[in-house]
Structures are given as structure tokens and as C-alpha cells.
Design a protein around this ligand. Structure first.
Ligand code: DQA
Length: 156
């Protein structure tokens, strides 16, 4: 049945989306999206954006977790990192400082796509370092919130 659905969506040129379990994990200060430096991070809260992407991909299970605490981010990666289909991780400032989060991404099995809303490479030098990127499936940065959708697409 799954094969038939996949084959007919191929014939009709409609992307076949299997029911996958993805999680978006956001790190520190991203709870302030919409209020924080809107010229860099935009005017929308993440919750507004999340509702929109859940509507766009109704067949996917898209969970969301945000924390300002490094250890909580590591615990969440351990919790989901062996049975989810994909993790979309914006570790925010911890990207540039946290060997612990980098090691957690290396330790788990679920592929991780690293996302940044802003173009970190056009900003301060300290934002050019990532302890996550070398363990990630890929990295998307500089496309605003759309980067999360691009990351979702990379799992389909
Ligand atoms: C960010 C970029 C980081 O350098 C910064 O510390 C953030 C957000 C981004 O999404 O552009 O908090 O990860």
C-alpha cells in the first residue's frame, strides 16, 4: 500500500510524504523570537511559525522543544536521538560554545540538521565556529525562519 502511494505520487509529480516523526529543538533566547532584535530575527514568534508549518505538512509529526539551559538541550537530544526520523537543531549561542551539545549530536543516531535564522557567517567572528556542524547531516543558515522548512524538506 505504501509502495502504491509512493508510486502514484511519483507519476503525478506530487511529493510523497511518509508519516515521519521530526522534532525542532531551539536553544537559548529563541523563546524571544518576534521580540528579540527583529531586524535580525524577524517579527514572528516561533509558535506562530510552527502552526503554519504544521499546517503545511499535515502528514508529519512535528514536535517542538525550546530551552535556555544547555543540559536540557543535551537531555532532549538523548531522549529523541534513537527513534525519531530527524532533528532540526538551532542551538543558538550554544552552537558556538558547547562541546557537550556537539558530542551529543555525535552520540545519537537520528540525523540532525543544524539551522540558523541569520547568516552567521556575515556576523561576528565568534559566530563562525560551530561545535555541531561536523556531526550534522547538513547546515542551513541565513534564510530566516524558512530555514526550518528547508530542513524539514531535507528529510522528505
Ligand atoms: C542563531 C545565531 C546565533 O549566533 C545566535 O547566538 C542565536 C541565533 C540564529 O538562528 O541565527 O541566538 O542561532
Amino acid at each position: 500500500m505504501k509502495e502504491e502511494a509512493a508510486a502514484s505520487s511519483f507519476l503525478l509529480n506530487i511529493p510523497y510524504i511518509r508519516n515521519m516523526k521530526l522534532i525542532i529543538i531551539n536553544g537559548p533566547n529563541l523563546n524571544l523570537l518576534g521580540k528579540r532584535e527583529p531586524e535580525v530575527y524577524g517579527d514572528n514568534s516561533f509558535e506562530e511559525y510552527l502552526d503554519a508549518i504544521k499546517g503545511k505538512y499535515p502528514k508529519l509529526t512535528i514536535e517542538y522543544f525550546q530551552s535556555n539551559i544547555e543540559g536540557e538541550l543535551i537531555d532532549k537530544l538523548h531522549e529523541v536521538g534513537f527513534d525519531y526520523d530527524g532533528i532540526i537543531l538551532n542551538a543558538a549561542a550554544y552552537t558556538h560554545t558547547s562541546i557537550g551539545i556537539g558530542d551529543a549530536v555525535k552520540a545519537i543516531e537520528t540525523p540532525v540538521v543544524e539551522v540558523h535564522i541569520s547568516n552567521v557567517h556575515s556576523r561576528e567572528d565568534f559566530r563562525h565556529t560551530s561545535y555541531i556542524a561536523s556531526h550534522a547531516k547538513g547546515v542551513i543558515f541565513g534564510f530566516g525562519l524558512k530555514g526550518y522548512e528547508l530542513a524539514i524538506e531535507s528529510f522528505l
